[in-house]
Design a protein around this ligand. Structure first.
Ligand code: ZN
Length: 431
């Protein structure tokens, strides 16, 4: 931390419920919010004048594959089957640890620019992801991916478990859990085995479930159960679980889902890969959910705010009801990502970690501001986020990212060339 005492002076606070409190000062000490008041005492504090600006909690990206930023744009205008089998899996099979590291670095930089203060990641080569997250300073909840169908499944599980054992609690901004890829790639006993390993480690899991209609039908054909039911029978709802997508969760599935589960919706990916509306618009009031971006190779951007915006627009569109998906509701759902990752963030209150954003809405895309929350949800972009703070440290300061963007872009450009030269390999898994 550069300065342990920071005063965000005289800003307009928008809390996790979307309520506005004007002209408040936030005192930050040693990475935590130490007080909120209208008083002006600031001896020993680095003062950021927030007059006319808005202060909100940061955003959580509840599901992504950050290293996939290195493949952003490599598979476009393509069906989901070909996206996996013809492009992503073959290119992934030849990725090197340095590609993973730099993919994560540029992803983290983009997320900080977009106001993300914490994200949940799901990928292999977890040590490289860990190193990149630690170097950039964003918060990460890292889940090493495990494919139950892979020849080296036993080794994958062993590596994931020893990764959690070795790296847990080493960095206050990083948490770890296990990442079984999906019920269809971790069938039967394998999923149970991974869940049991997570229980033993006293951690959670992060898993893709019921992403497409075909996946649910195939699961019914093979096991007589939906993927949610398979996860339930493996004990996956006994522990903290991030459900990536769950787009085709059924009404009957609701009886299996516990309150330890949080769904991460990524509507941009569903639209782009033509995965259908699913049932989530119908079931949304009966499940815990927030938003994730999925990897940039499918959604092209890492902005949970954009995903929330698309969710609201889609919801209004398909329900034929413009009064549904109210701004405050969407904001509250967006903020629920904080509860899922348990970093003690997401509320602007004394004792909470100082993971905050400072917004300037006096800009052509957002002004005039009748309601600041509406401006943020429907009009803003990354340029309105002037400051991104994680644990009291500015990772974006007055519009400039702390990370050295020029050298990141140059390095990622070199890797992009190498990836194309190397070409596609033979994948161990198929979709
Ligand atoms: Zn995913």
């Amino acid at each position: 931390m550069i300065n342990s005492k920071i005063l965000l002076k005289n800003g307009n606070i928008i809390d996790e419920n979307g309520n506005l409190e004007k002209n408040m000062s936030i005192y930050i000490d040693n990475g935590k919010i130490a007080g909120i008041s209208r008083e002006e005492g600031h001896e020993g504090y680095e003062v950021i004048d927030c007059t006319g600006l808005y202060v909100t909690p940061g955003f959580v990206n509840l599901h992504t594959h950050s290293p996939m930023n290195i493949l952003k744009g490599i598979a476009e205008d393509i069906s989901i089957d070909n996206w996996f089998n013809e492009k992503i899996f073959p290119y992934e099979s030849k990725l090197k640890t340095e590609d993973i590291y730099w993919g994560t670095v540029i992803a983290a930089a983009e997320m900080i620019n977009n106001g993300v203060t914490a994200f949940a990641d799901h990928y292999f080569c977890q040590e490289s992801v860990y190193r990149a997250v630690a170097d950039i300073g964003i918060r990460g909840d890292i889940a090493p991916t495990i494919f139950g169908l892979a020849d080296d499944y036993d080794q994958q599980l062993k590596n994931a478990v020893s990764f959690v054992e070795e790296y847990r609690d080493k960095n206050l901004r990083i948490r770890l859990r296990l990442g079984p890829h999906a019920p269809y790639t971790c069938p039967g006993d394998k999923l149970k085995e991974i869940v049991n390993a997570a229980k033993k480690l006293k951690t959670g899991i992060h898993i893709h479930v019921s992403e497409t209609k075909e996946q649910v039908e195939e699961s019914m054909r093979l096991t007589g159960k939906t993927p949610i039911e398979v996860l339930y029978e493996s004990g996956g709802f006994d522990i903290d679980v991030i459900i990536a997508h769950g787009l085709w969760t059924t009404r009957k599935d609701l009886s299996y889902i516990s309150d330890k589960a949080v769904f991460a919706f990524s509507p941009k990916t569903y639209m782009k890969l033509s995965m259908g509306y699913g049932n989530i618009y119908e079931l949304k009031n009966e499940i815990n959910y927030s938003f994730g971006t999925d990897g940039a190779a499918s959604s092209n951007t890492l902005s949970p705010l954009e995903q929330a915006r698309l969710f609201a627009l889609n919801g209004k569109f398909i329900s034929d009801d413009a009064t549904a998906y109210e701004t405050k509701d969407i904001w509250r759902q967006l903020m629920k990502g904080h509860d899922a990752l348990k970093f003690n963030t997401g509320k602007i209150a004394e004792g909470r970690e100082a993971d905050l954003l400072i917004w300037n809405l006096d800009a052509v895309n957002t002004f005039p501001v009748y309601d600041p929350l509406t401006s943020i949800i429907y009009s803003s972009d990354a340029s309105n986020i002037r400051y991104t703070m994680v644990q009291g440290e500015f990772l974006k300061y007055d519009g400039i990212l702390k990370a050295d963007i020029r050298s990141i872009i140059s390095k990622v450009g070199e890797i992009q060339k190498e990836i194309l030269e190397r070409g596609k390999g033979k994948s161990k898994v198929s979709y």
